[in-house]
Design a protein around this ligand. Structure first.
Ligand code: UD1
Length: 423
């Protein structure tokens, strides 16, 4: 008998109260593989207890590292790592497995990485990652879905010019460069908070990285890196998801432990829609009383509006007054969630990378399926807004990246439950 875990949300409850944000997923999935670059044990703190972190932990173990994780802090002893072949099945489960390319090349001058999996949000090429590794002296071939990379003399510092601003490519280039011989300059680098956080972590291990957070990053390669204890930054996307959920439920929610400056593009849009957003040093309060106004959104690299918040934001726009235009510039096919929301009464048209959303007075609960992680978050928000019960299938996608989302929303007053159902 086939079964599936589903989430059941009874909409129409106002979210109220205080909620603590977890450690950042996108930064965690870069920092955990980076621990293999050093020659001593490292402890990474404030990690979210999510599926992607568990998969990475299994990957590190498969490579020979000793790993202990207590649900928040992870201790990695990389001294037993002698293998440069990323495990096939685990790699296919997540995009961040691609970071092992820079890590293993940096440490061993060799890597075999299955082409990465992850969320189904359209094509996610790795040509720029490969270009960066070649600029640092690696020979790379792609055969039968596996990247074979080698630099028999070790990686050498070089000039890396990205044709597009890529977060993953920038991270991979920094990882490989910090143990390469000589200096690397990464031009047209991504400026996302997780790029800066990874650079801070690598520097805490003795790397010499300057300029992270600007579009030129300079790395002076080091022969050895030492162990470190480091806490990852709070999750920018979880913070944003909770901010949108607060507005969507016409609630009053204070999100603590976050970094408000990372949220400026979203805060500006919520204010434009008529919500109230108050920032303190490490907290954001979002309140909303009346109807929201439609707004236009264009996803951009940081500090622009993040593609990861496009999906949750579209849920809020389905009931805003007027017509919203959403342009997805990073992953043009990241709109599958909108077709699910149509079942809930959303008035949406998609033309290439533009979604046209006509605000409707209310959504109604329906059975829907998450197609990826942030699509799942978008459907949760739609469920909070809808009349009646929304039944969300494929909740395993949500577990990949949100720590205790139901528990946090329930504590704020949402009616949200999970159950195993027969198919
Ligand atoms: C993206 C997000 C990142 C988020 C992550 C996880 C951006 C810019 N990036 O990072 O913030 O944390 O998803 O959800 O918002 N590209 C190429 N060739 C490459 C690599 C990328 O053409 O080799 C293109 C992509 O197709 C895309 C753009 O560059 O259009 C940016 O992609 P990239 O930043 O690399 O994606 P992720 O690293 O997955």
């Amino acid at each position: 008998m086939a079964t599936m875990e589903k989430m059941f949300i009874t909409g129409g409850r106002r979210l109220e109260g205080v909620v603590q944000v977890s450690g950042g997923k996108n930064t965690a999935v870069a920092i955990i593989p980076a621990t293999l670059l050093c020659d001593e044990p490292c402890t990474v703190e404030n990690l979210p207890d999510i599926e992607d972190v568990h998969v990475l932990m299994q990957m590190l173990c498969a490579l020979g590292a000793k790993v202990d994780f207590d649900g928040s802090a992870m201790r990695v002893d990389p001294r037993g790592v002698g293998c440069w072949q990323a495990p096939q099945k685990l790699s296919c489960r997540m995009r961040a497995s691609s970071y092992l390319l820079g890590v293993l090349l940096g440490r061993f001058g060799r890597a075999q990485i299955p082409l990465p999996g992850g969320c189904d949000i359209g094509p996610r090429p790795v040509d720029q990652h490969i270009k960066a590794m070649r600029a640092m002296g690696a020979s790379i071939e792609e055969r039968f879905g596996v990247i074979h990379a080698s630099a028999p003399e070790g990686m050498q510092g070089g000039d890396v010019y990205f044709d597009v601003v890529t977060v993953g490519g920038t991270i991979n280039a920094m990882l490989a460069a910090c143990r390469a011989r000589g200096n690397t300059i990464i031009h047209n680098a991504a400026k996302e908070p997780h790029v800066v956080d990874l650079a801070n972590f690598l520097n805490s291990m003795g790397a010499r990285i300057k300029g992270a957070g600007t579009d030129v990053i300079r790395v002076r390669g080091q022969e050895r890196l030492h162990g470190s204890t480091y806490a990852v930054i709070p999750d920018q996307i979880e913070t944003g998801t909770l901010m949108i959920a607060a507005a969507a439920s016409h609630g009053d929610v204070t999100i603590t432990g976050c970094i408000p400056t990372h949220m400026e593009s979203l805060s500006a849009k919520l204010l434009e829609m008529g919500a109230k957003v108050d920032e303190r040093d490490d907290a954001i309060r979002v309140r909303s009383i009346g109807a929201h106004r439609a707004v236009n959104i264009k996803t951009q690299v940081y500090p622009g509006f993040p593609t990861d918040l496009q999906q949750p934001m579209t849920a809020l726009l389905t009931t805003a007054k007027g017509t919203s235009l959403v342009t997805e510039n990073i992953f043009e096919q990241r709109y599958k969630h909108l077709f699910e929301m149509q079942r809930m009464g959303a008035q949406v048209r998609v033309m290439d990378r533009v979604a046209v959303i006509e605000g409707t007075s209310a959504l109604s609960g329906a059975p829907v399926y998450a197609s990826d992680l942030r699509a799942g978050a978008a459907l949760v928000i739609a469920g909070l807004m809808a009349e009646g019960v929304t039944e969300i299938g494929n909740v395993h996608f949500i577990d990949r990246g949100y720590e205790h989302l139901e528990r946090k929303l329930a504590a704020l007053g949402a009616k949200i439950e999970r159950a195993l159902v027969e198919l």
